[in-house]
Design a protein around this ligand. Structure first.
Ligand code: 13P
Length: 269
């Protein structure tokens, strides 16, 4: 991570040995002028110690990436630049799409893949998610792979089967050295944008299922290293309880990340 303003190094969680990661998924919000203002304000609100506690990635719409890259570089801000999606091919006749090498060229380091909104509204299948994960790694970036069950699946008691099958389908082809570099975001679909977050015990249970899948595919060493975020109606009031959970290493925040004040309070919670 680029250093700036202060030289405090990012420190791993002493309890788990893993680096925490809090990510802002802006979805289709904030134009490039609003984006610049939001990131400047966030940078103003955060204290040096916040950056040593947690890695912070910001995932704006594509049109904001270049202005934010310039801002982050010129002001030596310690934010990771992220994207919300990419195409799986490196180039070609895919009107309207953006490729992983294009994102890497903008210093994007993290790409959200397989968000439930993409699966639901843009027909992204497990095969597409898998191809995108591969594309992100080919461009030396880190995928944040989203998984999560619907309310119906939860009520039918099939949460575990759903999470297992999503993780397997998206990631099982990976060599261990790539598997351990993945970030998996556990986002129960019923908790996204609803204001009803999962209970900490639900978030822990989901994250633990995901870590167990890693254990069964790649063994304990990889399972211990993979980072798992919780996402779904995270806000400044509930953020701390998720960050304290054994298997949760960070948060993927939607609505509450659009306001720099509330995102800063989540980071500082
Ligand atoms: P909300 O925080 O608005 O529930 O969105 C969560 C999400 O989808 C993050 O990717």
């Amino acid at each position: 991570m680029a250093k700036g303003r202060n030289d405090m190094e990012l420190r791993p969680n002493p309890r788990t040995g893993r680096y925490r990661l809090i990510s802002a998924n802006w979805k289709m919000n904030l134009n490039h002028l609003e984006a610049i203002q939001a990131v400047q304000k966030l940078s103003f609100l955060l204290r040096p110690a916040d950056y040593s506690y947690v890695e912070i990635s910001i995932h704006p719409p594509f049109t904001d990436l270049r202005p934010l890259q310039l801002l982050i570089d010129s002001d030596q801000m310690r934010f990771r630049l992220g994207a919300q999606n990419c195409h799986f091919e490196p180039s070609g006749a895919f009107t309207g799409e953006i490729s992983a090498p294009m994102l890497a060229k903008l210093n994007v380091s993290h790409v959200i893949i397989g968000h439930s909104e993409r699966r639901q509204y843009f027909c992204e299948t497990d095969e597409i998610v898998r191809a995108k994960v591969e594309a992100v790694f080919r461009s030396q970036m880190t995928p944040i792979v989203c998984v999560g069950e619907t309310l119906q699946e939860r009520e039918q008691g099939s949460t575990e089967a759903r999470l297992r099958s999503q993780v397997e389908a998206a990631l099982s082809f990976l060599a261990p050295e790539l598997a351990e570099r993945c970030v998996v975001a556990y986002e129960p679909i019923w908790a996204i944008g609803t204001g009803v977050s999962a209970k900490p015990s639900d978030a822990q249970a989901g994250a633990s299922i995901i870590r167990n899948v890693f254990d069964s595919f790649w063994g304990n060493e990889v399972a211990r290293k993979v980072r798992i975020q919780y996402g779904g109606s995270v806000n400044p009031t509930n953020a701390a309880e998720f960050m304290e959970l054994d298997d949760i290493d960070g948060l993927l925040v939607g609505t509450a990340a659009l306001d720099p004040d509330s995102f800063a309070r989540i980071i500082q919670a």
